[in-house]
Design a protein around this ligand. Structure first.
Ligand code: NI
Length: 136
């Protein structure tokens, strides 16, 4: 029997979307308000989805307590109330768009979860704007 389990989490973080080789005007044209040189914040909602075989004896795919702990240690501790550009190593060279944040979250979680289990990351930057990344 195959099933999906989900864990929802939340973090607040500041970012600035820009390419350093572009002028402020070019950055504004492409990234809009998110290019503000003085940064701004989002209330990010994170959904982590695991897909895999349910253990026929226990009825469990993966213990959600363990998943909660992994997300807390690998993501929330390092992203919550942080400036993503300046305080999260991956974004020193990578624009912290929702796409790239989901990519970084996926790569941080992947080594902590059984290879038998598929991992999907969905990240809401606003209640209406969200992205998904699944490792391709
Ligand atoms: Ni933004």
């Amino acid at each position: 029997m195959k099933a999906a389990i989900f864990r929802k989490e939340h973090f607040n973080a500041a970012h600035r979307l820009y390419l350093p080789q572009w002028s402020d005007a070019q950055n504004y044209a492409v990234f809009g308000l998110c290019s503000n040189p003085r940064y701004h914040g989002h209330n990010y909602e994170l959904e982590v989805k695991l897909v895999g075989e349910v253990n026929p004896q226990t009825g469990i795919l993966m213990d959600l307590k363990d998943l909660k702990k992994i997300i807390s240690e690998k993501i929330l501790l390092e992203f919550d109330h942080k400036n993503l550009n300046e305080e999260v190593a991956e974004f020193a060279q990578m624009n912290p768009t929702a796409e790239n944040i989901a990519y970084v979250i996926w790569h941080r979680l992947r080594p902590c979860i059984s290879t038998e289990i598929e991992l999907w990351v969905r990240l809401y930057e606003t209640p209406r704007n969200f992205v998904e990344y699944w490792g391709e």
